[in-house]
Write a protein that binds this ligand. Structure first.
Ligand code: SF4
Length: 401
């Protein structure tokens, strides 16, 4: 690392160090404190290298297996019970995030919003995020100050200045139904979820239906939506492309350049599986996590897409850093999607799962619940041992019995 004198760079790209610098560092440089900027950068690089070294899947899995109860594996606390030493370590890890973010402090409004959420949270205890209830054990008056900090239960997220805040968002739904005969227990239930949450969608409700010899008719499905406002219907023949068939038509129906429009997409998850398989609680988790609108809108204030059960293990690694939301239930900011290559599909039934990764970098995404999901294929025992405890902790943090 070179030591520099006063900075003369006019843009964010430092000509001497050949890297982007935050404004706080450029000001330090301009004041002749190049050496301290170099020291900070060295610290940040070391912290990044350490975090990268800690990322291998085996370590993540091992960490999860040590979680014996409902504690979430928060990166700043590793889900352990908190002693004073653990709390100091937790603060140290939070400080690493803080340094990696150029020591950027959240705005007063952002800090106040975070504290308001925390003080109403069942996990809040005497100014601390209570590790006995699935919290991270951090002191909240300190934690909320760092722009890069985030709630271990997905109630508030790291801020970024890259995105315009959402103002009174318009929320739309695009939902694909496969009305398979003898699987009514599944798709009827999904329709009732749409009924239950329809007031969330103050924008459009758009429904796609795949029809074939083995399904109910379009008319029968539409009858079951009695009492639910549907703005657009799309019908497709059911074939091996499944939900990809109605994807572009439904996207076109919610196309907008409104910067405050957000869209949730989902489908009748589990309809091709037997009743009682893991897909049913998985589908319930995805509905519940994605319908916590306060958390969703907090996530989308600083990210372009969010959903539960984010995974870095797609079936096909389309690009380095590819990710997906296991179960393909996710929200996105409409304007940013429709400015990108949203009409592309690869003619497989999995396309909707790949779409977030096709359009966005993983850093543009946020996970609402159970991050680093191991795979898109999950066994029941795995769900009960690993995922349900985190879901329970997520529910506890929202006062849901
Ligand atoms: S779980 Fe989240 S919202 Fe609740 S006290 Fe902890 S940091 Fe705050």
């Amino acid at each position: 690392m070179q030591t520099t004198t006063a900075c003369k760079c006019e843009s964010g790209l430092c000509a001497v160090r050949n890297r982007e610098l935050p404004e706080s560092m450029r000001l330090q440089c301009a004041a002749g404190n190049g050496a301290s900027v170099d020291a900070m950068l060295a610290h940040i690089d070391a912290a990044r290298a350490k975090r990268e070294a800690e990322r291998p899947r085996a370590k993540i899995r091992a960490a999860r297996q040590t979680v014996k109860n409902t504690k979430a594996p928060c990166k700043t606390c590793s889900g352990k019970a908190k002693t004073l030493i653990d709390r100091i370590a937790s603060l140290k890890n939070a400080a690493v995030d803080f340094f990696a973010d150029g020591m950027t402090v959240a705005t007063i409004e952002q800090q106040q919003e975070r504290l308001a959420i925390c003080s109403a949270c069942p996990v809040f205890k005497d100014g601390w995020c209570d590790s006995d209830k699935g919290g991270c054990g951090c002191n909240l008056s300190l934690k909320v100050k760092a722009r890069a900090a985030y709630c271990p239960q997905g109630k508030w997220f790291a801020h970024s200045d890259n995105y315009r805040p959402l103002v009174k968002p318009t929320r739309s739904l695009i939902f694909h139904i496969y009305p398979k005969l003898r699987a009514e227990w599944n798709w009827h239930w999904h329709i009732e979820q749409i009924r239950k949450y329809q007031s969330v969608f103050n924008g459009k409700i758009v429904i796609g239906v795949a029809v074939g010899r083995e399904t109910a008719t379009m008319g029968h499905v539409q009858d079951l939506f009695s009492g639910i406002r549907v703005d657009n219907w799309f019908r497709s023949d059911n074939d091996k492309l499944a939900e990809t068939n109605t994807h572009l038509s439904m996207m076109e129906a919610v196309k907008t350049d409104d910067p405050n429009a957000i869209v949730f997409r989902y489908h009748t998850k589990g309809v091709t599986k037997q009743r009682g398989t893991v897909e049913q609680p998985w589908a319930e988790l995805l509905w519940e996590a994605n319908m916590d609108i306060q958390s969703v809108e907090n996530a989308l204030a600083s990210h372009l897409t969010c959903g539960a059960m984010r995974s870095m293990e797609p079936l096909v690694k389309a690009k380095p850093g590819a990710f997906f939301f296991a179960g393909s239930a996710y929200w996105f900011r409409a304007k940013e999607v429709f400015e990108r290559d949203w009409t592309h599909t690869d003619k497989t039934r999995w396309w909707v799962e790949y779409l977030p990764s096709h359009l966005f970098d993983v850093k543009d995404s946020a996970c609402l619940l159970y991050d680093l999901t191991e795979s898109s294929v999950i066994r029941s025992d795995h769900f009960e041992t690993h995922i349900r405890p985190e879901w329970n902790a997520w529910r506890l943090a929202r006062g849901i019995e």
